[in-house]
Design a protein around this ligand. Structure first.
Ligand code: TYD
Length: 211
């Protein structure tokens, strides 16, 4: 079976984590081999970069360069080998998060992100870039997400941002979706957890990756 690459996106507090774990179980239950990973992170080096990006103050370009450096290592060491083995790779965030957070949230130049994406996600002997086959986007009103996050745990650098920041992040995701609508499954994350899970299942079943 060919490998499948699925990313999960949404603003902080949109509630994607439990569904990623549940989808991994569902796929494994049908005999698929699953690689569960996240960005920034997924390899020892990329996890070190994650700690820096999430905790140290830095300008938006430094942030963008670090998340793409982490992504490069992650693709080479983990994602590409897993896809070559025929795994389903479930990745908690990928490049759409960079467009949404560094581009939308922080206002960093999208043309530069586009160049970095082109370098980091280039495939050998192919004009196309490595991109997820499906992106499950948990879309939630930033005001609701802020309520969910309040008091949940000690916030990291991004979680501590004001709701206006997350409005720009959400707009960044919406814009990415209009640029590649086929790749995206938008899920209304304001629904009950069970209804959200059913929508996740529908998105994956529609593509024939789950019975
Ligand atoms: P998140 O995925 O929410 O993990 P956790 O559930 O452990 O908090 O945290 C990752 C944070 O990193 C999130 O706030 C978004 C941010 N981020 C970027 O700013 N740019 C990126 O390219 C990526 C992948 C994440």
């Amino acid at each position: 079976m060919p490998g499948v690459f699925i990313s999960f996106e949404g603003i902080d507090g949109a509630g994607k984590s439990t569904h990623i774990e549940a989808l991994a179980q569902a796929l494994r239950g049908q005999g698929r081999s699953v690689t569960l990973t996240r960005e920034p992170g997924g390899t020892p080096l990329a996890e070190k970069l994650r700690t820096l990006v999430l905790n140290e103050p830095m300008d938006a370009m430094t942030e963008a360069l670090l998340v793409f450096a982490a992504r490069r290592d992650h693709l080479q060491q983990l994602i590409e080998p897993a896809l070559a083995r025929g795994d389903v790779v479930l990745c908690d965030r990928f490049t759409d998060a960079t467009y949404a957070y560094q581009g939308g949230g922080r206002g960093f130049d999208e043309q530069v992100l586009h160049v970095l994406e082109g370098w980091v996600q280039a495939l050998p002997d192919s004009p196309t870039l490595r991109q997820p086959d499906l992106t499950v986007w948990f879309d939630l009103d930033p005001a609701i997400a802020a309520q969910r996050l309040a008091g949940a745990r000690v916030p990291d650098k991004f979680e501590a941002q004001p709701v206006d920041f997350f409005r720009r992040v959400a707009a960044g995701y919406a814009q990415r979706r209009t640029q590649d609508p086929q790749r995206f499954a938008r899920i209304d994350a304001a629904q009950s957890r069970e209804a959200v899970w059913q929508d996740v299942l529908v998105a994956v079943r529609q593509r024939g990756w789950l019975a």
